[in-house]
Structures are given as structure tokens and as C-alpha cells.
Design a protein around this ligand. Structure first.
Ligand code: NAI
Length: 484
């Protein structure tokens, strides 16, 4: 099989950037060029402040950039020179037309594929890195063959990415597995072997799995659906805990000790977010419906519906505890990213919560250590509503100091599990939070709503807070059930 010497990655996003940076780091003999149609993003990749925040990413890029890693807006040149091309463009949920709200918008994948077909003057291996519905490789093949110069051969591989934002670099360095799907033909197997060699630069061979194209495509959707389902399952149980006096952390610990279940990804929370879980499940729902499998569709759809319910449940708890009105009350949101260690806010539960709180006419103050102010305004404004931004700015304050953000608040809501919101170990621990200092400057009773289960009930109550955590009954409950 062919040895890959030049790689082009189309799409310099959360996936293309880190993935290909690590490929370049571990394969100094391969020239890796990451291209994107967005010049601002490429400029940022070429600067000292990278367009995405990921622990460890800066160091990797610093080491390879200019050596065998390049970022460019010249998509055609990247395609022309490469023998292997990753297609790592966005595949958002369609917002209109057939399948709106469910189906993946494959417009970007198709545009990138057409570009490859038009530009290529030699044989190429084209790799689906984007998460796509099952059998997309078939469409890509038709497009490539119908639009390319005669005599050029394309091999299409599926190589879904399993990295998680916030731990992208360590996930890429030590992946649980690398999945490569190909057609079961001599050419397909040979292309898969070429790609496997790239990963073998650092991943043990027995963790590089090859399989049929359609299994590989479906495995990515399946993995995300099952991960999200674990979250919705534990969140559904958290509702029972709040109503009965059970504690979701204890339930999750007890269940996780069963080796068939396992302890990971069983943390209850205000809900999952991120660009992938919801999109990929809805994609699976749409796929099931198009295959005339309505029961299958309904099963997976419930995972997303429960996630919405969990956010609403949390809001209701805030309203109930704050004496049934939030009007003009100061509510501080700690964290706006969809999870810790990322600046990404796509589908962040904090967005939904902030919108709900706005509808309750609360005054909202937001602090996040990584999300930019512009991003927060963008996430909270309704597209197309001109005067919205003004009323938004009357109701929402963005603060770059976590203690100032909490001053005078009626309630503090932990939306993201950033380490800096955990209680400091001792007064010298500057990485944690001095909750006593927060308490002193808050309105009383001082409510904290822990949407990520990072705060200890007893220590918070010792300070004087009324702590209301997901999956645990609040103080109100305990008072009324004094037989506990
Ligand atoms: P992203 O939106 O951060 O990046 C995609 C990039 O592709 C954008 O910068 C866009 O300008 C560029 N692009 C779009 N069309 C293009 C074209 N025709 N030519 C050149 N550039 C083009 O998206 P992200 O998060 O990197 O996701 C990419 C894919 O990877 C999606 O399918 C996603 O589902 C999948 N994925 C995402 C993960 C994540 O954690 N974000 C994890 C695993 C998979």
C-alpha cells in the first residue's frame, strides 16, 4: 500500500485542528496542511492566540507549526498536493427544509467533496472525519466519480473522531481506539492500511480497528447516542432522588461498581451540551425514521427530550426556592461553556438556562473563565431581532471576575464544572473558590444551585448557604421530612 507523505485537512475546527496537529507531531515525515474557508480562523491558528482553547494544544501547535504543520486558506493547493485528505467540516442539524431539526446538513461535506473532485489531478484517499449519517461515503463516491478528471481513482474511508472537547489532546495521544472503515475490496483495504500507518506513528496497532464503511459510520453515531443516553438515564434518576431523599452521587457510585455498567460518564447534571450529542442523536432519529423504524426513532428521541426536561426541572427548582418569583432578582451563572476546560458554548445548558431566566425577568450576571464576551452576546441574542441586543444588555451583565459576579446576588447557579468553582482546599489555595467570601457579599438567604454536583452540601451549609444540588433533596425537603 501507498505511503502517505502529504495530508490535507479540510476544516480547521475543534476536530480538524487538534487531530491533524497531533498527526503532525507524531509523524515528522508527513507534511500536514489544514485548510479552511474562514480566513479569521486560519489567521488565529497562525497566531499566538489559537481559535480554540484546549489544554495542551498550544504546545503541540508550537512544536510543529512551520515544521510540518501548516494552516492556510488555500484549499485548492492543499487538495492538489495531498495524497490523503481529511474532510473535517461541520455537519450541523438542518434548520429548514426536509428533515429540519433532525437531519444533518451535508452541504459542507458535499461542497468540500466537490472541491476535491474538481481540483485533484492524481489519485487521492478521501477520509470522512466529520460525523455523518450512515452511507454518506456512498454519496461522496458518486460526487467524486462524476466530477473528476478521467482516470483518477479515489478511495473513500470513514475515520470518525472520538475525541472529547476539554481533553482533546490526551484523547488523541492515547485513544481508546482508532476506527477505520473501508470498502472490502483490495483498493479499499490498501487505502485503510495507508491511513492505519499514519496512526501507527503513535497508536498501538491492536487499537487501530478496521471494519466495513457503514459499520464505521454508524459506530460514531451509536457511540454518541449511548454516551448521551447514560447522561439522560442518570439525570432521570436524579429527579427520583430529589423527590425521595436518595442521593444521585451515591446511586451512581453504587451502579458504577458493577463492572457491566462501569463508573464513567454517570455524573448527573443540569443536562448535556456540546455540538455533538444532540445533533448526532437527532441524526440517528432521522435515519431510523427514513428506514421506517419509528419505534427505534422514538427510543433515541427520548434521550434528547429528557435532556430538555432536565434543564426545565432545574429552572423550576430555582423559581420555587426563590419564593416563586425571579423578577428583578440577581442570578449569577458561574460558567457558560458546555463543560469544563473548553471555551465552546455550542448547545451549552447555560444558554438555555439564561434564556429561561430572562423570560422570568431576572437580572443575570455571567462569568466564565474561557468564553469570550462576544460569544456570550451572540449565544443569547435572537438572530434577526434588531432591538433585542439592547434589552439583552439591560438584563444581562458579563463579568470577568468570579467574586464580583456573585456580589449582591440572590442566587448563584453553577452551570459548568470549572475547577475554579470548587471549594478551595485551604485559604492559600488560589485555584479553588473562597465560598465564604462569596457568602458574605450575597443577599440572604444565600442560595447556590449546583447544576454540576461539584459542591459539598455540609461544607456549604456550614458557611450558611442554602445549597440546592441536582439529584439531592434541598433543605426545604429535609425540613418537611424530619423523620430523616
Ligand atoms: P467546526 O465548526 O469547529 O469546524 C468546521 C470548519 O470547517 C469550520 O472552520 C468551517 O469554516 C470549515 N469549513 C466548512 N466548509 C468548508 C469547506 N467547504 N472548505 C473548507 N473549510 C470548510 O466543527 P467541529 O467541531 O470541528 O466538527 C467537525 C466535524 O467533526 C462535525 O461533523 C462534528 O460532528 C465532528 N466531531 C466533532 C467533535 C467535537 O468535539 N467538536 C468530536 C467528534 C466529531
Amino acid at each position: 500500500h501507498r505511503k502517505v507523505t502529504k495530508i490535507c485537512c479540510i476544516g480547521a475546527g475543534y476536530v480538524g485542528g487538534p487531530t491533524c496537529a497531533v498527526i503532525a507531531l507524531k509523524n515528522t515525515h508527513i507534511i500536514v496542511t489544514i485548510v479552511d474557508v474562514n480566513p479569521t480562523r486560519i489567521a488565529a491558528w497562525n497566531s499566538d492566540s489559537l481559535p480554540i482553547y484546549e489544554p495542551g494544544l498550544d504546545a503541540v501547535v508550537k512544536e510543529c507549526r512551520g515544521r510540518n504543520l501548516f494552516f492556510s486558506t488555500d484549499v485548492d493547493k492543499g487538495i492538489l498536493e495531498a495524497d490523503l485528505i481529511f474532510v473535517s467540516v461541520n455537519t450541523p442539524t438542518k434548520t429548514q427544509g426536509v428533515g429540519a431539526g433532525y437531519a444533518a446538513d451535508l452541504g459542507y461535506v458535499e461542497a468540500a467533496t466537490r472541491r476535491v473532485a474538481e481540483v485533484a489531478t492524481g489519485d487521492k484517499i478521501v477520509v470522512e472525519k466529520s460525523t455523518v449519517p450512515c452511507r454518506t461515503a456512498q454519496s461522496m463516491r458518486v460526487i467524486l466519480e462524476a466530477n473528476s478528471r478521467p482516470g483518477i481513482h479515489f478511495d473513500i474511508l470513514s475515520n470518525p473522531e472520538f475525541l472529547a472537547e476539554g481533553t482533546a489532546i490526551s484523547d488523541l495521544m492515547c485513544p481508546d481506539r482508532v476506527l477505520i472503515g473501508s470498502l472490502d475490496t483490495p483498493a479499499g483495504r490498501s487505502a485503510a492500511a495507508s491511513l492505519a500507518d499514519v496512526y501507527a506513528g503513535w497508536v498501538p496497532r491492536n487499537q487501530i480497528i478496521t471494519m466495513n464503511l457503514w459499520s464505521s459510520e454508524l459506530s460514531k453515531l451509536a457511540a454518541n447516542a449511548m454516551l448521551a443516553q447514560r447522561i439522560s438515564s442518570i439525570n432521570a434518576l436524579s429527579a427520583i432522588c430529589e423527590a425521595t431523599g436518595a442521593d444521585i452521587d451515591e446511586v451512581s457510585y453504587a451502579c458504577g461498581l458493577d463492572s457491566r455498567i462501569g463508573p464513567k460518564f454517570l455524573k448527573a447534571s443540569v443536562g448535556f451540551g456540546g455540538s455533538c450529542f444532540q445533533k448526532d442523536i437527532l441524526n440517528l432519529v432521522y435515519l431510523s425514521e427514513s428506514l421506517h423504524l419509528p419505534e427505534v426513532a422514538a427510543y433515541w428521541k427520548q434521550v434528547v427530550e429528557f435532556n430538555e426536561h432536565q434543564k426545565k426541572r432545574f429552572l423550576h427548582r430555582i423559581i420555587t426556592c426563590l419564593f416563586n418569583t425571579l423578577t428583578a432578582k440577581k442570578i449569577t451563572l458561574l460558567g457558560f461553556a458546555f463543560k469544563a476546560d473548553t471555551g465552546d458554548t455550542r448547545e451549552s445548558p447555560a444558554i438555555t438556562l439564561a434564556k429561561y431566566l430572562r423570560a422570568e425577568r431576572a437580572h443575570i450576571t455571567i462569568y466564565d473563565p474561557q468564553v469570550t464576551e462576544d460569544q456570550i452576546w451572540l449565544d443569547l441574542s435572537e438572530p434577526g431581532v434588531v432591538d433585542d441586543i439592547e434589552s439583552l444588555k439591560k438584563q444581562v451583565t458579563i463579568c470577568n471576575n468570579k467574586y464580583e459576579a456573585c456580589e449582591g446576588a440572590d442566587a448563584v447557579v453553577v452551570c459548568t464544572e470549572w475547577k475554579e468553582f470548587k471549594m478551595q482546599k485551604d485559604p492559600a489555595d488560589t485555584r479553588g473558590m473562597d465560598w465564604t467570601r462569596v457568602y458574605e457579599k450575597m443577599k440572604k438567604p444565600a442560595f447556590v444551585f449546583d447544576g454540576r454536583l461539584i459542591l459539598d452540601v455540609h461544607r456549604m451549609e456550614e458557611i450558611g448557604f442554602q445549597l440546592e444540588s441536582i439529584g439531592r433533596p434541598g433543605k426545604g425537603f429535609r425540613r418537611s421530612k424530619d423523620w430523616e
